[in-house]
Design a protein around this ligand. Structure first.
Ligand SMILES: [Zn+2]
Length: 308
């Protein structure tokens, strides 16, 4: 089983799945742990700060159930990587935090015939939707196009009660277990408000002209690769993936950067601080640049310190 994104929902879902004894878990997340994550991302402790979330999550899950196989991949899920990241996967759990990532996961799972469980949580409410490749509505039937950035409330602008992800991840894992035992729940949008205690089951129909599940035109998989992957939700940070990156030897890079600022390692990544920014470099060439929200400055900093 794949857990894509181990933030609040993904942490809780992965924890429940590992304790339930799901034999094989693949954890994929492109981000690193930050101190502010600890309020609701239950797999991490202060000792994990700066380490890739996928690695810290896998370490914790392996410690709580040594009988299961856990793979940690600190990678970005996109049109170039989805086939590898979904290889051999029978079901995927959505632990992402934005609509575009879900539309991409929806396309990938429909194309490869893999069921997946959407989950979203904000403020005091959340929702889940089981998506099956062969029948019922898909995520794009509900959200036909990616909303423009900044148009939806995010956890940073609207806040979130930390009991909401617990409740929603519990529903996601229940739907996943039902799928695995061959007793899938009806494909409805299940909406819960933990404050008012209202629970709704909304009927969703497959749209007759849905570009994903009906026409099978997987726009989000075909999107041109981008160098700047994201200006990260509410943070002064940029995720950068040079189009021609390969494996980076972090040892020699670390020696070079030591002359220019502070360098440390956290899990498999290298963290450099200098120029008023913090640069986290992953072995696959990707980088998180904190301290700027300007993509051009991020690219310039990457070129200056990492090269290429
Ligand atoms: Zn659809």
């Amino acid at each position: 089983m794949l857990v894509l994104g181990v933030g609040a929902l993904g942490s809780l879902a992965a924890d429940l799945l590992a304790r339930a004894g799901i034999g094989h878990l693949r954890i994929v997340d492109r981000d690193v742990v930050e101190l502010t994550n600890l309020q609701r991302q239950v797999l991490y402790t202060e000792a994990d700060v700066d380490a890739p979330k996928a690695e810290a999550a896998a370490r914790r899950l392996a410690a709580l159930n040594s009988e299961i196989a856990i793979e940690a991949l600190a990678k970005d899920f996109n049109g170039r990587t989805y086939a590898d990241l979904l290889q051999g996967i029978d079901l995927a759990i959505d632990g992402t935090d934005n609509m575009e990532a879900r539309l991409l996961l929806n396309d990938a799972c429909l194309k490869l015939g893999i069921p997946w469980i959407y989950g979203g949580a904000i403020a005091t409410n959340g929702m889940v939707l089981p998506v099956r490749p062969d029948a019922g509505p898909c995520f794009r039937c509900m959200v036909p196009e990616a909303p423009p950035p900044g148009s939806l409330p995010t956890c940073d602008t609207a806040g979130i009660l930390n009991t909401v992800p617990a409740a929603i991840a519990g529903l996601q894992v229940t739907l996943a277990l039902r799928e695995l035992v061959g007793s899938p729940a009806p494909p409805k949008l299940y909406v819960l408000d933990v404050w008012t205690m209202e629970f709704q089951k909304l009927e969703l129909k497959r749209r007759r002209d849905c570009r994903a599940c009906v026409r099978r035109e997987f726009d989000f998989l075909a999107a041109a690769p981008r160098e700047v992957l994201a200006t990260l939700c509410g943070r002064d940070a940029i995720s950068l993936d040079p189009l021609h990156a390969g494996t980076i030897e972090l040892g020699p890079l670390s020696e070079r950067l030591m002359k220019l600022g502070k360098v440390r390692t956290a899990g498999s990544v290298l963290v450099f601080e200098g120029d008023g920014v913090a640069l986290t470099v992953f072995p696959d060439g990707r980088a998180l640049i904190r301290g700027t929200s300007d993509p051009d400055r991020a690219k310039a900093l990457y070129a200056k310190y990492v090269g290429r």
